[in-house]
Design a protein around this ligand. Structure first.
Ligand SMILES: *Cc1c(COP(=O)(O)O)cnc(C)c1O
Length: 465
């Protein structure tokens, strides 16, 4: 075959099977990539599909960081299981249109099936809640703010925020994801409407401070609308006390959104589920399939217990759309219109794993996180976060003494191409190194590599510094 399809399948399958053999960080710089594009892609002479696929494969491999590498201890980006990549290929080739049920009947029902399974894991009633796939957590969090607004102030659907005499505000912790700044802006509340509540020593929302902030906003003529509890914060993996947040929301009549973009997977094991207790009382949940659930990018999920609300928020009267189908048209119940079947690879993966396989994946990765903590401590590093989930934030006495910096250490690790970790700043301006077990293929031997690489990096950077 010369259409590139067979070649792509071979390249992809070899790549995924041999992920550990390649450097975690590709060697091509942006300037080299630009020069290559300028030289080879003038588009003057047509190339064969096989030439193009071979070349693009090399560029993608050499010009970036590989989340598919088991020693990538990175930012929640997963290693994609082959069956998910295969299912994503089906989606690309058959290209079902999930905007309208008349076109994408099976695709829509496949997604609804997997969403109903996961709604049950949250503790929602699958029959009386609603869910859909999104482009990611940013879109799901934006929808959550819009749902809270539509629920609390139905008049804003037609008249917008300007119809309100008191500006709505929402509460997130200092450790919460910054997507809520953009969400508040997009929805029209403005970024000023986002109140960042201080955190305790374990980077969890300080609930007394939350109560004070709500009281201060009432007194100041604002309208408290929504509290976001984070279940697995991006920097430190901290989990807010979701039961307590639910209690505050209940007492004040506020929308309770739970941002479990990464941590949602912990719901799948009976060993980790208790850490998210209270999530079942939420009004809505963000949960990304493209993080801990190991899906290719572009697969977020939004859940709400208010089954009718998405239609209230999103339905339109469009003369050019086919008549409404019994399955329900997703363009009327979510932000996107034309939509890719991002959820189909998730059902494929979960079907090959089964519930037990999903639970043991979560447990194995969580245990690796615990082992990483123990090994780092044994190697002289100091933990600075405390979470039952596999995000490990740490420092070293030499960093605290100013002998080296987290940036320099992360860069040294990065340059070896053997592992990847992130330098971060925690609330209070605390610098730390962050290693997350984010790839289902990660094993003990990858922890060995990380520890050895870090120790070497400590040696070079402290002796140079
Ligand atoms: C990653 C993340 C987001 C943003 O999700 P995207 O899928 O990157 O858009 C939101 N909240 C949390 C807690 C996250 O970790």
């Amino acid at each position: 075959m010369t259409d590139g399809m067979t070649l792509a399948a071979t390249l992809v399958s070899d790549h995924l099977a041999g992920a550990r053999a390649m450097p975690v960080v590709g060697d091509m710089r942006a300037s080299q990539i630009l020069a290559h594009l300028a030289a080879h892609y003038t588009l003057d002479t047509p190339q064969t599909p096989e030439e193009v696929i071979t070349d693009l494969f090399q560029l993608l491999r050499r010009g970036g960081i590989h989340a598919s590498h088991p020693a990538y201890f990175g930012l929640f980006n997963p290693g994609v299981p082959p069956v998910a990549a295969a299912a994503a290929t089906l989606v690309s080739a058959l290209n079902p249109q999930l905007g309208a049920a008349s076109h994408g009947r099976a695709a829509i029902l496949i997604e609804q099936h997997v969403l109903r399974c996961l709604a049950g894991s949250i503790g929602y009633d699958p029959e009386s809640s609603a869910a859909h796939f999104t482009s990611g957590g940013q879109e799901a969090n934006t929808e959550a703010v819009l749902m809270a607004l539509t629920h609390t102030f139905p008049e804003t659907r037609e008249l917008g925020i300007r119809s309100l005499d008191r500006g709505p505000v929402l509460y997130i912790s200092e450790e919460a994801h910054h997507s809520f700044d953009k969400a508040a802006q997009v929805v029209g509340l403005g970024r000023e409407a986002v109140r960042r509540i201080p955190v305790d020593g374990a980077f969890r929302m300080d609930l007394a401070a939350l109560e004070e902030a709500i009281a201060a906003d009432h007194a100041g003529g604002r309208r408290p609308m929504m509290v976001v509890g984070t279940a697995g914060s991006t920097a430190s993996g901290s989990i807010d006390d979701l039961e307590a947040v639910a209690g505050v929301c209940h007492a004040h009549g506020l929308w309770f959104h739970c941002d479990a973009a990464w941590g949602g997977a912990a719901l799948l094991s009976p060993l980790t589920r208790p850490h998210l207790a209270g999530i079942e009382q939420s009004d809505s949940v963000t949960w990304d399939a493209h993080k801990w659930l190991q899906m290719p990018l572009g697969a977020g999920m939004f859940f709400t217990r208010h089954a009718d609300l998405p239609r209230v928020a999103f339905a339109t009267d469009s003369p050019y759309m086919p008549p409404r189908h019994q399955v329900g048209d997703p363009y009327e119940t979510s932000m996107q219109w034309s939509r890719r079947g991002a959820g189909i690879p998730l059902l494929a993966f979960m079907a090959t794993m089964g519930w037990e396989g999903m639970a043991s994946m979560v447990e194995r990765m969580t245990l690796l996180g615990e082992r990483l903590v123990n090994r780092l401590v044994a190697a002289g590093f100091k933990m600075v976060n405390a979470t039952p989930l596999p995000v490990v934030c740490f420092t070293h006495p030499a960093i605290e003494r100013g002998g080296t910096t987290v940036q320099s250490l992360a860069q040294t690790v990065d340059r070896t191409g053997r592992a990847w970790i992130a330098p971060i700043e925690l609330p209070g301006g605390l610098p730390a190194l962050r290693a997350c077990i984010t790839n289902h293929l990660t094993e003990d031997r990858d922890l060995d590599v990380l520890i050895a690489t870090l120790q070497e990096a400590m040696g070079t950077s402290t002796s140079m510094g």
